[in-house]
Design a protein around this ligand. Structure first.
Ligand SMILES: *Cc1c(COP(=O)(O)O)cnc(C)c1O
Length: 226
């Protein structure tokens, strides 16, 4: 018999150091699958599309902590505010500004991670390491009114080269350490979200505090029915 979702959750959770959180990436999987993970004790779930996340938040228990991990368009920010435990994929200052002003209007504080781009692949999403360092060197976070930056999120290159993957995670970790050394008064800057199904062990070795696991929990995603 193949492992169930509950088996997968328990198996992965049992191998995690206590300081590493398991985020179950449930994008493209139905609410029944999420409920099965929930019943196995899982509370943190990650989604990558606003139109998929919102109905799921309605259908699932209120104590689920939803994480947004996909590219977020500024015109969809308002719909997300107040619905997420953590928005992990903040990849531009424009998006950060939109989150801050919508949060202020709504009278809530939104917790976010800055997405840093270190991987080989060309992508327009994510801050470069230099942009991140510049942001903190100038202490620009002090202008935020209703947003709390809780740490960094990043991905390693999509490759089998373990050395390259290790170097990518190490780069993310070193930016995080640099920020803490440069701004020792930062509060609640404690999250390094890195590591997915295929590279989570390397990420944990390199100092991840949260892995984002989809396939190893829920199986292969079926994109065709969407
Ligand atoms: C889909 C996704 C994951 C999960 O990937 P798996 O390989 O299925 O574990 C993790 N992080 C982000 C940002 C994703 O979009």
């Amino acid at each position: 018999m193949p492992d169930t979702i509950a088996d997968n959750i328990r198996r992965i959770a049992a191998t995690l150091p206590p300081e590493v959180r398991l985020l179950a990436v449930s994008k493209f999987h139905p609410t029944e699958a999420i409920l099965e993970a929930y019943e196995a004790g899982q509370r943190h779930f990650g989604e990558s599309r606003v139109q998929e996340l919102l109905p799921k938040t309605e259908a699932l228990p209120a104590d689920v902590c939803w994480h947004f991990i996909g590219h977020l368009q500024t015109n969809k920010v308002r719909q997300l505010i107040g619905r997420c435990y953590l928005i992990e994929s903040v990849d531009s200052l424009r998006l950060l500004d939109a989150i801050d002003s919508e949060s202020e209007k709504a009278g809530v504080v939104t917790r976010i991670l800055l997405q840093v781009h270190v991987a080989l692949e060309e992508t327009k999403f994510g801050f470069t390491p230099d942009e991140i360092r510049d942001y903190f060197a100038r202490r620009q976070f002090e202008t935020l009114k209703a947003t709390h930056i809780c740490g960094l999120m990043g991905m390693a290159s999509n490759t089998d080269d373990i050395e390259r993957i290790t170097a990518d995670f190490r780069a993310i970790r070193s930016i995080y350490d640099w920020i803490l050394a440069t701004c020792p008064d930062l509060r609640g800057f404690d999250t390094i979200s890195m590591g997915m199904s295929d590279d989570r062990d390397i990420a944990i070795r390199e100092g991840s505090t949260q892995i984002r696991v989809g396939t190893d929990i829920f199986g292969i995603r079926d994109y065709s029915s969407h």
